[in-house]
Design a protein around this ligand. Structure first.
Ligand code: PGA
Length: 249
């Protein structure tokens, strides 16, 4: 497995000016760091200015969402090709806020993953169970369904370009982190599922990252787990000090 993958998902926060200021600070503060894959996901409006501010750095840019359509009369949508044009390397797909607040189903997520891959973007594909699903013991079956349907009809080469993010919905923005053991259990399950579906050792190539109330205090114990290859950070990625502490855990 490669270096730890640390991504900041800014969600609907930061103006262009705020995003560029943050980016300039970030690149100065981690200029010497070469043993991390650091990714930031600003809102759409800030993508291109942030891409310009990142030029010559080893920090990569991600979008938070994309359209499942290629182009045309889809008012308000943003295509994969536009994201590549704006300087993105990654795109977050299937975030629980998209699934739960905007009604995105597995089939749409599958279409988004396909169009992202076809355009050269690497999907950060999010899965995770709600509190209700965990309490009724359906965590494993929910994750399995999200993975099988989200990745329907992809081949091994496609799969190798994914990052999978396990984000238990009950831990997102709630201050409740999964314990390292709870996260490890699901990460190991995802790894076995990927091996079983796409051939042995396949999952060794795919970073499986954890998200849900990651902060400077819990990063080290999470990263100490065998199958946790990185983190997707929401709230704590908005503040430069806490994001730097997480990156440099
Ligand atoms: P959080 O968000 O770190 O604020 O819990 C994580 C995410 O939604 O990716």
């Amino acid at each position: 497995m490669g270096v730890p993958f640390i991504a900041g998902n800014w969600k609907m926060n930061k103006t262009i000016r705020e995003a560029v200021d943050f980016t300039n600070q970030l690149r100065n503060l981690i200029a010497e760091l070469d043993d991390r894959e650091v990714v930031i996901a600003p809102p759409f409006t800030a993508l291109y200015p942030v891409a310009e501010a990142l030029k010559g750095s080893n920090i990569h840019l991600s979008a938070q969402n994309l359209s499942d359509k290629a182009e045309g009369a889809y008012t308000g949508e943003v295509s994969a090709r536009m994201l590549v044009d704006a300087g993105c390397r990654y795109v977050i797909i299937g975030h629980s806020e998209r699934r739960n607040l905007f009604g995105e189903k597995d089939a749409v997520i599958n279409a988004k993953i396909k169009i992202a891959l076809a355009s050269g973007l690497k999907p950060i594909f999010c899965v995770g169970e709600t509190l209700e699903e965990r309490e009724e013991d359906s965590t494993f079956s929910v994750i399995e369904r999200q993975i099988k349907e989200g990745l329907n009809n992809l081949n091994r080469d496609d799969i190798r370009r994914l990052v999978i993010a396990y984000e238990p919905v009950w831990a997102i923005g709630t201050g409740k982190t999964a314990t390292p053991e709870q996260a490890q259990e699901i990460h190991a399950f995802i790894r076995h599922l990927m091996d079983a579906t796409y051939g042995e050792h396949m999952a060794g190539d795919i970073p499986i990252i954890y998200g849900g109330s990651v902060n400077p205090k819990n990063i080290s114990v999470l990263m100490a787990e065998r199958d946790i290859n990185g983190v997707l950070v929401g709230g704590a990625s908005l503040d430069i000090d806490s994001f730097i502490q997480i990156i440099k855990f």
